[in-house]
Write a protein that binds this ligand. Sequence first.
Ligand code: GLU
Length: 508
Amino acid sequence: MSKVRVRFAPSPTGALHIGGVRTALYNYLFAKKHGGDFLLRIEDTDQTRYVEGAEKYILDALAWCGISPNEGQGFGGEFGPYKQSERKEIYKKYALELVEKKQAYYAFDTPGELDSTRKNHEQSGETFTYGPLNRETLNNSLSLSPEEVQEKLTAGIPYVIRFKIPKDKTLHLQDIIRGNINIESNTLDDKILFKSDGMPTYHLANVVDDYLMQITHVIRGEEWLPSMALHVLLYQAFGFQPPLFAHLPLLLKPEGKGKLSKRDADKHGFPIFPLNWEDKTEGTLAQGFREAGYFPEALLNFLALLSWSDPSGEEIFSLDELAQRFELENVSKSGARFNVEKIHWYNGQYLQKKSSQEILPIFENLLREKNITSNPSKDLKVIESLKERASFVSDILEEGMYFYQSPKTFDTKAAQKVLGEKTPEIVQFYLELFASLQESQFTFEILSEKIKQGITDNQLPMGPSMQTLRLGLVGKMAGPDVALILEILGKEESISRLIFAKQYNLEG
Ligand code: GLU
């Protein structure tokens, strides 16, 4: 087998969708697995849909994810340029070659003519396709004489070049994921390949480039499956060996039915784009996975397992491990439901793998956003004590806000349960104990021991005494071990919270 070469070929028509990230990932994994090349090609032939900033966004998003092409737009290589608008000259020659071979033809139908033909068909309950069964009746070089065609071309009448789909053929196509697919050629339409403004359409440019860039496998989304027959026929018409095809399943809504859209993502509160995306025409800002606190490793692991699974059933893999295990044959045919809980779970798994030091800068950013001054040694302890239960770094701060803001009120239900006759005595005991300790003695170990000892010596009830302390410090029944809370808050803050609680009448 020749060297594996695959490509990710997005169109810069907006932010890269999460489905696009999955396509890039699967191409990347496949190339890595086979020691091949992974290219980035920008397909910007449709200038009407071009969106400013979209190309840079694609590059930034891939960089954040850690999916790095080893060739292509922005990465160099011998098969460039890798941006289709810079390859315009190449395509015309190929379009004309097909006209020459009588595998394509000029069509002069105006948009108005096509519209009225379409309407006539609709009136008689039919759908109009410009194809093998009717092309000879339309305004093109198959129905006009060579002189008429020449005349129109010389006069500069706008034209398109259409592919001549072979008539009455059954096509036998192969897809690595979907197996055999048979298609009757008469159901296909003569797609436009080239326009007189000098621009090729996606179909022509895609096939020509995949050929010239020596692509061996085309791995792309299911929405391109209907184009596969046309593409294979184009390769055949040129006399090129077609690449192998693998069409990835659709990403579905969390409910399971229908294609995942931005609206579904908004509804369920998860992002759909890897990075923040500002839509200048709409004046909206969509939050990205990065900004929402997802780790790129978690996102990739989740996406990898969204429509592929390892026979071992294992679920946590680094990018390198994924590349070793990935097989296109194990990609599922059916649509992949976006499971929100699962991606949160993945994020949590990757959060647990990170050291508190690694989490610290992200945590400090969150503190800054809330105008809270950071104190690295305290912050590290907060992270350490709450990390285990968190899926996102922001969960740690949300959960542990009481480490930064002293309670102003106390959970009444908890107070009713915990407080009683002994409360004044309990609070007094703590205040005296804490006052007697040096700041340096405010450690988890010393505090645990002294508190237990003191409660026993003073014949206070263990449960209520511990709970009262927690309620006084936190305002509710939450948080890690109370001795750890004390250590993190420090002597002064712990005492002042208890005094406040006492004044607040925590003593019942
Ligand atoms: N430019 C197409 C897209 O935006 C690429 C399709 C393909 O990979 O052939 O999805």
